[in-house]
Design a protein around this ligand. Structure first.
Ligand SMILES: [Zn+2]
Length: 329
């Protein structure tokens, strides 16, 4: 029994994610310059996750991790490693089809949550990898490169791997996209960037590093800062199943039946808390109802433009409505 409890404690507390290259400077005091690559002429901060570009109005949804190894021609040669145990979900080997160039997506299941890691601008993806194939944490899956969909690519000096940790919004994305944007091409199915919502990998890795066995991804998600709270009049959508750990119980809805969900969104549109609501608890008939906005958070992280203040009051923008349409499709 003691051995079993110990085993459970060890597996529950295993640190789920590791850095995707040999560059570990993230964990060194003052190591940021050695770890992040900024955009041309900008500081390392522009290589971190968040509203870090264009004076805060442009989101960078991953970490740009600096190259450590070069071949004879000065090309990046760092092995790129799976951040956690998982399976191959998708890869793109036609750089012209994405500003991510060659990129790879792995699927992970951590504390019951589906998480997707993404590695971009690769020079090569391991040729034997197939969709559905299992990979182990730390296993080499690709080689760093500087591919993109522009002829100049990423410059040699800025060579990096762009690394993301994402939640997947909707497995019916391709259908939604076709219905919503009939004139637009979707080359990547449900692996379109619009369908992947990034978390900050730096915060996750640092928290894991400091908390050790106590780190919990569910707790990390639950502790996101709320940008706004919205009521959606839908009771069935994939996020509820994929991220059921984020649903908070509500005895009223459990008794009377669920008529909608009150959803907390972080600045990037991640629905990190969902409370079922009964019809008796819902006012108004709107499909999406903006209940509140955390103004300081909006000032700090505005890049997704999910809400806006017009004529002295807050409303959902077209971007915000679009995100909610996809979430609840
Ligand atoms: Zn990047």
């Amino acid at each position: 029994m003691v051995a079993l409890l110990l085993l459970l404690a060890l597996t529950a507390g295993a640190q789920p994610f590791q850095l995707p290259t040999a560059n570990q400077a993230l964990f060194e005091k003052g190591g940021e310059e050695k770890f992040f690559v900024g955009t041309t002429g900008k500081s390392w901060v522009s290589g971190t996750f968040g509203c870090v570009r264009s004076e805060g109005w442009q989101l960078h949804e991953g970490l740009d991790i600096r190259c450590l190894q070069r071949d004879k021609r000065g090309e990046p040669a760092d092995p790129v490693l799976a951040t956690a145990d998982g399976t191959v979900a998708y890869f793109n080997t036609r750089p012209s089809l994405s500003n991510y160039g060659n990129y790879l997506v792995l699927q992970h299941r951590i504390e019951g949550l589906e998480i997707y890691s993404l590695y971009a601008h690769l020079s090569q993806i391991r040729p034997d990898l197939r969709v559905g194939q299992a990979v182990k944490a730390g296993e080499r899956v690709a080689t760093m490169g500087r591919t993109a969909n522009t002829s100049e690519r990423i410059s040699k000096e800025r060579a990096h791997v762009h690394f993301e940790l994402n939640l997947l919004v909707n497995d019916r994305f391709a259908r939604w996209y076709k219905a919503t944007c009939p004139d637009q091409r979707n080359d990547h199915g449900e692996w379109n960037g619009q369908n992947l919502l990034g978390l900050d990998p730096r915060l996750i890795l640092l928290e894991e590093n400091s908390q050790g066995a106590k780190f919990s991804l569910v707790a990390f998600l639950q502790s996101q800062t709320e940008l706004c709270r919205v009521l959606v009049r839908r009771t069935e959508f994939p996020w509820l199943r994929r991220y059921s750990a984020l649903i908070r119980p509500n005895p009223v809805a459990a008794k009377e039946g669920v008529a909608g969900y009150e959803v907390s969104l972080n600045f990037n549109g991640v629905a990190f808390e969902l409370i079922p609501r009964a019809a008796s608890e819902i006012k108004g008939k709107a499909k999406f109802q903006l209940l509140s906005v955390n103004e300081p958070e909006y000032q700090k992280n505005p890049a997704r433009r999910l809400v806006a203040k017009r004529g002295g009051h807050w409303e959902l923008t077209g971007h915000g409505i679009n995100d909610l349409e996809l979430l609840t499709f």
